[in-house]
Design a protein around this ligand. Structure first.
Ligand code: PGA
Length: 248
């Protein structure tokens, strides 16, 4: 199994002062983590974050990017710009992007191709809603999102998929380790069927109310290779405990 990856998704939170405080605490605590660690602040704080984590083990990612490289796209941020300022990761297709900004699988696929071309490592989010789970469609929804997002994939060396059931995001409800493992095994089998994707080497993160007290049992599952952490990544001690749970 590859090294675990723990990613903090700060969403639309923070100020210069809180970013400095949070990263100051994390940089001094994360010495030789034994897991890969990345944090994804809002765009406006990325430059500050890259400087704050320089010469530490923490990498920086963005929460989204444009499918375009440059030009007349008001309000957009290109993956080339993100790489240029020192970002190495980008979250794509988060359910909040899909829900509030109408992002389709086709757009996620276009963003993924642009991100990979720019040198970023994508973290592609998939996950079903509560209604889809209750009507027995969770696996087919996730398979469709995967196949849709990876349709333009171009030699992604470090593919990362984040399974985030929509009903577990920010709700305090977590998929049980068994439910998450079952979906992760399904995701790996779908990846096996996509030409050019190395399903074994791909890292599958679980996201949705991951906390210090449930991370260890999630990481114990065979196909869970890390976590995408929202709310708990805004509290240094919580996030560091999740990193710690992956290190031992
Ligand atoms: P949460 O968010 O940990 O606050 O549930 C996870 C995410 O949306 O990535």
């Amino acid at each position: 199994m590859s090294q675990l990856l723990v990613v903090g998704n700060w969403k639309m939170n923070g100020s210069e002062a809180t970013v400095a405080a949070l990263l100051g605490e994390m940089v001094s605590a994360v010495q030789t983590p034994g897991v890969d660690v990345a944090i994804c602040p809002p765009y406006v704080h990325l430059g500050q974050a890259v400087k704050a984590v320089a010469s530490s083990f923490i990498a920086v990612g963005a929460q989204d990017c444009s499918s375009q490289t440059s030009g007349a796209y008001t309000g957009e941020v290109s993956p080339v710009m993100l790489f240029d300022i020192g970002c190495r990761w980008v979250i794509l297709g988060h359910s909040e992007r899909r829900q509030y900004h109408g992002e389709s699988d086709a757009l996620v696929a276009a963003k993924l191709a642009a991100a990979v071309e720019a040198g970023l490592s994508p973290i592609v989010c998939v996950g079903e809603t509560r209604e889809q789970r209750e009507s027995g469609k969770a696996e087919s929804v996730v398979a469709k999102q995967l196949v849709g997002a990876l349709r333009n994939h171009a030699g992604i060396e470090s593919l990362v998929i984040a399974y985030e059931p929509v009903w577990a995001i920010g709700t305090g409800l977590t998929a049980s380790p068994q439910e998450a493992q079952a979906m992760h095994a399904h995701i790996r089998s779908v990846l096996e069927g996509i030409a050019g994707v190395d399903a074994v080497a791909s890292r599958l993160l679980y996201g949705g109310s991951v906390k210090a007290d449930n991370a260890r049992e999630l990481f114990a599952e065979e196909d869970i290779d890390g976590a995408l952490v929202g709310g708990a990544s805004l509290v240094a001690s919580e996030f560091l405990s999740i990193v710690g749970a992956g290190s031992t």
